[in-house]
Design a protein around this ligand. Structure first.
Ligand code: ADP
Length: 633
C-alpha cells in the first residue's frame, strides 16, 4: 500500500513533536482525551438535535488501556468517529492552523518548539512525542465500514479498511523505549496514568475508565490477599465551572483558560458567575492579559462558548457579549436553553438576552472593583482594551455612558498616573465650571501646547486626550457629574482670572482692529478670525476653533478613507498681546509695511499649525519665508 505524505506544514509540526525535548510530554494524553470527548460531544449533540434514539448519555465513555509487554497505550471512545476522508483531512493536516502561524512569527527564537507545545498543546500530533507508531481505527456514526490510519511519523501514513464494532475511534500508541534522558515507561504505569487523568482531564464530562488492578484480603483467610481487577472511572466529571471555588486553584483556572482559549499567558482576571432566578446559568469568564494579535481587526470573533446543560451548543456565541467587552473570553452553561435551538433561533432567544444582560452587568462590576482595588492591574487592562470601551460609548451614542463612563482612564496634567473622570471632578478647583481637556498625539506633546500653559499655571487640571476617538467620546458622554467638558482651545473657559485678561484683550482687539484684519486677509481664508488673545503665557500664537468641530476632530474625520468632502474646523488664530511679536505687528501695520506684515502672518500661522501637530499647508513656502526673515535680521 502506498504511503501518503503529510501536508508540508503538518510534517514540520510532526518533526517538532518527534524530536521534542519538551519536558511536559505527558500532555499528549490530555490532548487525546479531549479529542475523544469532543467526538462524543458531537455525536451526543446530534442525537439530541435530530432525536436519534438508542444513544443515551450514560452510554458514552472514554476507555484507557495499556499493555506493558506490547508497550501500547490505547484510548478509545464511542463518539462520532471518522470516515476514511475525515481520517485523511483531520489527521493528515494540522487542524490548529493558528499554531503554525504563531510558530512562523517566533521562528529563530530560542526553544521555539518548547514554546509552541507548551503554549497551545498541539492536538493529535503531540502523541508523537511519546510514541513511534500510532494507529487509529475509526468508524463514523452511521457508517458500515471502519478504517485504519497508521503512521510511524514523518514518512507519512496509510489508510485502509478494517473491522470495528460500533462507532467511535480507537487510538493505539506504541510507546517509545525509555532512554537515559526520558522515562516513557511511566505512560504504561497504572498509577501514573491515573494521576495524569486526574491532573489534566478531571473535568471531562464523560467517564474516563480504566481497568485498575487492586488487591483485597481473601475472605475467611488468614491475612492473605488476592489481586482483582475493577473497571474504575478516573475523573470526577464535574466541569470546572460547576465546581465550588474552594476546590479549584488559580492554576487550574489558568490551565483551563490557556488550553481552551489558545492563549499562552495566564488570564489577567477570572470571573465566575452562578445565577438562579430569571436566568439560571453558570459562567466562567476570563480577561486576557494581553491583546489578541487580531483584536482590533475584522478577523477577531467575539463571543462565549455556550453549553446547554453541559452540552456544547456553539463554540462562539456572539450574542452573549456586548461589543464593549468583546475582549472577554469564556463560557456559559445554562439549563434553561433547549438543546434543539438552531443557530438562527439562538439569535432571538429571550433567555439568551437575559443571560447576556447579566453578564454585561457582572463584567462591569468586576472591572469596577478591579479599578478601585487593584489600580495597577486595571490600568494594564485598560491599556489593552480601553479603546474598545471608548468605542462602546461612542457607537451607542452615549447610551452606554453609565455602563462604561466610570471605567475610563485618562492621563492628565495632574501627573503620570491615569485618572477617572470622577477623580478629576474630585480635584476640581472651587468654582471650576468645566472639565478641561486637550488633544494631541501624546501626553507630553499636549502638555507643551501653548493653550495649556496658562491654565495649568492657574492650578486647573487638564485631561489629555491621545486617542483619535477621545473627543467624540466626551461629546457622547455630554456631562460628567453635571460638569460639561471644555476644550482648552475653546473660546470660553469660564475662568474668573480670565475676566481682566479678557477685558484687556478686548481693548487690544479694538485698538488693533485694522492690523488684525490685515493679518487675517493675509492668510487668505485659512482662518476665519484673528484675535488678540489673553490666554497665552509665553507663546506668541495658538490656533483655536469656533463652532462644533475641533482641530482634533477635523484631523480624525478627514483621516477616514472615502469620507468624501473634507471637513474643516473654523479656525481662529490667536495672538498673544503681551508677546513682543504683537507690538512688532502693530509697528509694521503703522508703518504700512504690508509685505512684511503678510510674511509675519503666514509664518505665525505656520507655527501655530506645527504646535497643534497639524501639517503645514505649504512647507516649501514656509521654509522660504523663514530664511528670508533670517537673512534680513
Ligand atoms: P483539534 O482537536 O485541535 O482540532 P487535533 O489535531 O487534535 O486538532 O485533531 C484534528 C481533528 O481530528 C479534530 O478536529 C477532529 O475532527 C478529528 N479527531 C481527532 N481525534 C478524534 C476522535 N477521537 N474522534 C473523532 N474525531 C477525531
Amino acid at each position: 500500500m502506498r504511503k501518503k505524505a503529510f501536508k508540508a506544514e503538518s510534517k514540520r509540526l510532526l518533526e517538532l513533536m518527534i524530536n521534542s525535548i519538551y519536558t511536559h510530554k505527558e500532555i499528549f494524553l490530555r490532548e487525546l482525551i479531549s479529542n475523544a470527548s469532543d467526538a462524543i460531544d458531537k455525536l451526543y449533540y446530534r442525537s439530541l438535535k435530530d432525536g436519534i434514539s438508542g444513544l443515551a448519555r450514560e452510554d458514552f465513555a472514554i476507555d484507557i488501556a495499556f499493555d506493558e509487554d506490547a508497550r501500547t497505550l490505547t484510548i478509545s471512545d464511542n463518539g462520532i468517529g471518522m470516515t476514511a476522508e475525515e481520517l485523511e483531512t483531520n489527521l493528515g493536516t494540522i487542524a490548529k492552523s493558528g499554531t503554525l502561524g504563531f510558530r512562523g512569527e517566533t521562528e529563530g527564537e530560542e526553544n521555539e518548539d518548547i514554546d509552541v507545545i507548551g503554549q497551545f498543546g498541539v492536538g493529535f500530533y503531540s502523541a508523537f512525542m511519546v510514541s513511534d507508531h500510532i494507529t487509529v481505527v475509526s468508524r463514523a456514526y452511521g457508517a458500515d465500514t471502519a478504517n485504519l490510519w497508521e503512521s510511524d511519523g514523518v514518512d507519512g501514513y496509510t489508510i485502509q479498511p478494517c473491522e470495528k464494532d460500533g462507532h467511535g475511534s480507537v487510538i493505539t500508541l506504541h510507546i517509545k523505549p525509555s532512554g537515559d534522558e526520558e522515562d516513557y515507561d511511566r505512560f504504561l504505569d497504572q498509577y501514573q496514568l491515573q494521576q495524569l487523568v486526574r491532573k489534566y482531564s478531571d473535568y471531562i464530562r464523560y467517564p474516563i475508565r480504566m481497568d485498575i488492578k487492586k488487591n483485597r484480603p481473601i475472605e475467611g483467610s488468614d491475612g492473605e490477599y488476592e489481586d482483582y481487577i475493577e473497571n474504575e472511572t478516573l475523573n470526577s466529571m464535574i466541569p470546572i465551572w460547576k465546581r465550588s471555588k474552594s476546590e479549584v486553584s488559580d492554576e487550574d483556572y489558568a490551565r483551563f483558560y490557556r488550553d481552551k482559549f489558545a492563549d499562552f499567558k495566564d488570564p489577567l482576571k477570572v470571573i465566575r458567575m452562578s445565577t438562579e432566578g430569571s436566568a439560571t446559568f453558570n459562567a466562567l469568564l476570563f480577561v486576557p492579559s494581553q491583546t489578541p494579535f487580531n483584536y482590533y481587526s475584522k478577523e477577531y470573533e467575539k463571543g462565549l462558548k455556550l453549553y446547554a446543560s453541559g452540552v456544547l451548543i456553539t463554540e462562539c456565541c456572539a450574542e452573549l457579549l456586548p461589543d464593549c467587552f468583546s475582549f472577554v473570553k469564556g463560557l456559559v452553561d445554562s439549563q434553561d436553553l433547549s438543546l434543539n435551538i438552531s443557530r438562527e433561533l439562538l439569535q432571538h432567544d429571550r433567555q439568551l438576552r437575559l443571560i447576556a444582560g447579566q453578564i454585561e452587568k457582572k463584567i462591569k462590576n468586576e472591572l469596577k472593583s478591579m479599578l478601585n482595588n487593584d489600580r495597577e492591574k486595571y490600568t494594564e487592562l485598560f491599556r489593552n482594551f480601553g479603546l474598545q470601551m471608548k468605542y462602546g460609548i461612542y457607537s451607542s451614542f452615549g447610551q452606554k455612558k453609565d455602563l462604561l463612563g466610570d471605567l475610563l482612564l485618562y492621563r492628565s496634567s495632574a501627573g503620570d498616573d491615569m485618572t477617572t473622570l470622577s477623580e478629576y471632578c474630585g480635584r476640581m478647583r472651587e468654582n471650576q465650571k468645566y472639565i478641561y481637556f486637550a488633544s494631541g498625539d501624546s501626553a507630553e506633546r499636549i502638555a507643551a501646547l501653548p493653550q495649556c500653559e496658562r491654565l495649568i499655571d492657574l492650578g486647573y487640571e487638564i485631561i489629555y486626550l491621545t486617542d483619535d476617538i477621545d473627543e467624540f467620546v466626551l461629546r457622547s458622554i455630554g456631562t460628567w457629574e453635571e460638569k460639561e467638558f471644555r476644550s482648552v482651545s475653546g473660546d470660553d473657559l469660564g475662568i474668573d482670572e480670565d475676566e481682566t485678561g479678557k477685558k484687556e484683550a478686548a481693548e487690544a482687539q479694538e485698538q488693533n482692529k485694522d492690523m488684525l484684519e490685515s493679518v487675517c486677509s493675509a492668510l487668505d481664508g485659512k482662518v476665519t478670525k484673528v484675535i488678540a488673545s489673553h490666554r497665552l503665557k509665553s507663546h506668541p500664537v495658538c490656533l483655536s476653533t469656533e463652532g462644533a468641530i475641533s482641530l482634533e476632530m477635523e484631523k480624525v474625520l478627514n483621516a477616514v478613507p472615502g469620507a468624501g468632502e473634507t471637513i474643516k474646523a473654523s479656525r481662529v488664530l490667536e495672538i498673544n498681546t503681551s508677546h513682543p511679536i504683537f507690538a512688532k505687528l502693530s509697528a509694521l501695520h503703522e508703518a504700512g509695511s504690508t509685505d512684511k506684515l503678510n510674511t509675519c502672518a503666514r509664518l505665525l500661522y505656520g507655527q501655530a499649525l506645527l504646535i497643534e501637530g497639524l501639517p503645514l499647508e505649504d512647507p516649501v513656502e514656509f521654509a522660504r519665508l523663514m530664511s528670508e526673515m533670517m537673512a534680513e535680521s
